[in-house]
Design a protein around this ligand. Structure first.
Ligand code: GLC
Length: 435
């Protein structure tokens, strides 16, 4: 089914997916209302009582992106409290830097903060955000447990889950018969198919930033590794050979050319662009890329790719990092009440959450998954999310990640000694929780 999205000043058509298209009556209604408002109809005039700013990054925040379209829906329904998106950079670390600069200064520039799931502890411990205990019942009602867990710190709820990410293996159906079950098989098949087609075996996130840490952890967890015990009071790194196995695999993949050119500078969008342009056999990526590739008429592989669970070292099951956004309200907002309403609306309105799912931005509302259970992205997510792993929710997570980025990044490229890198990460993990 071809979809039509309404923007003031024009209509943008999105090509239908190969899969069954979904568009609920309510979403169509909201879009029609938006069209009427653009044409100067009811709701077109606004007297702003509170102008809210939502600080969020990534492709969905760009013009025409999912978060912008949702914001347009809100603005049509709530002309007195319109929201503007402050578009943060794509890089998760940079998003955090921009938010924390504003929060550290105690200014009211941002009302709503899209927090990566790993920042809850830090933001809460710094008193940068308000808690949601009074609304806990309403929030818990329909939202999935994993994302809810990631919005809590020391038993208190600090944000409302908004989008829940887990990663997939994207593969070329014209070059590969079956998706690989193990990392070694991926390397082998990728090298062979890549050589034949003259393209890279695998693209992923190999630059020195949070995305690399996520990629490394997926190898580490799938080798049986753990960072901490359950309550984050004891360091379990390097978990026998697990850190070594993960680092060896990355290093060998780098040396053998399993990773494509530019791997060590690639973030999500660079990897997507390469795969979408037909330059790679495999890609490790979040769900959002699926829809963007399908929408690209110029992509030579638009009809020649599929998604599968990520491999593991022993071929059993799959492990993905749990990613995503939780929305928090800034403790410095001068519009707390309206900001809370907007945040709740984003996460508990079935039409909004379903609309996100249709665009491969994974929802957090259980009901939205039920409505989309024929959708290939949502159904794979349903398989992968239960085995997804959270990065430790400690306030010092960023300090640990910084050391992992520096040490493991250098080591996988053969610039430093892997044993020293493994030791340095162990020290950072210990420092983060105190001796
Ligand atoms: C995605 C995930 C986020 C993760 C980031 C790393 O945005 O949702 O949790 O930290 O990628 O690049």
């Amino acid at each position: 089914m071809a979809g039509t999205e309404v923007h003031c000043g024009g209509t943008v058509s999105t090509p239908g997916r190969r899969r069954k298209g979904y568009r609920s009556a309510a979403v169509i209604g909201a879009l029609a209302l938006a069209a009427a408002a653009c044409a100067g109809g009811p709701g077109g005039e606004t007297t702003a009582d509170a102008e809210l700013v939502w600080a969020i990054g990534g492709p969905g925040a760009q013009p025409g992106g999912t978060f912008q379209l949702i914001t347009e829906m809100w603005n049509e329904e709530n002309p007195d409290t319109p929201v503007t998106i402050d578009i943060l950079p794509e890089d998760a670390d940079e998003q955090r830097v921009q938010q924390s600069l504003v929060l550290n200064a105690g200014t009211a520039e941002f009302d709503v903060l899209a927090m990566d799931v790993i920042w809850t502890g830090e933001y809460a411990a710094n008193d940068w955000i308000v808690d949601w205990e009074a609304q806990r019942g309403q929030i818990e009602e329909g939202i999935l447990d994993g994302p809810l867990e990631s919005a809590q710190y020391e038993g208190q709820l600090w944000a409302v889950p908004f989008s829940s990410n887990a990663s997939f293996l994207y593969y070329r159906t014209d070059l590969v018969d079956e998706p690989p079950a193990t990392w070694d098989e991926l390397a082998e098949v990728g090298l062979e198919a890549g050589e034949e087609a003259g393209i890279a075996p695998l693209v992923a996130q190999g630059a020195s930033y949070e995305g690399f840490v996520v990629n490394f952890l997926e190898y580490y967890w799938s080798a049986g590794g753990e960072l901490y015990n359950e309550d984050n009071t004891e360091v379990l790194w390097p978990s026998g050979d697990a850190a070594q196995t993960a680092l060896d695999f990355m290093r060998e993949s780098f040396d053998a050319g399993v990773y494509g050119p530019g791997f060590n500078t690639a973030m999500e969008e660079e990897a997507r662009n390469e795969f979408q342009s037909g330059n790679a056999v495999f890609m490790r990526q979040w769900p959002y890329a699926y829809e963007l590739i399908l929408q690209d008429d110029d992509s030579p592989i638009r009809d020649d790719f599929e998604i599968a669970p990520l491999p593991t070292f022993d071929g059993d099951g799959t492990i993905s990092a749990l990613g995503g956004y939780n929305n928090a309200v800034s403790a410095f907002s001068e519009n707390e009440e309206a900001a809370r309403e907007f945040v709740l609306w984003l996460s508990t309105t079935p039409e909004v959450q379903q609309f996100m799912g249709e665009r491969a931005d994974p929802p957090v509302l259980a009901e939205a998954y039920d409505a989309l259970d024929d959708d290939p992205v949502m159904s794979l997510l349903g398989d992968v999310l239960p085995d997804s792993r959270a990065r430790p929710p400690i306030p010092q997570y960023t300090a640990v990640s910084d050391v992992m980025q520096r040490e493991l990044f250098a080591a996988y490229q053969g610039d430093t000694d892997p044993d020293a890198a493994i030791e340095a990460v162990g020290d950072a993990l210990q420092d983060a929780i105190g001796s």
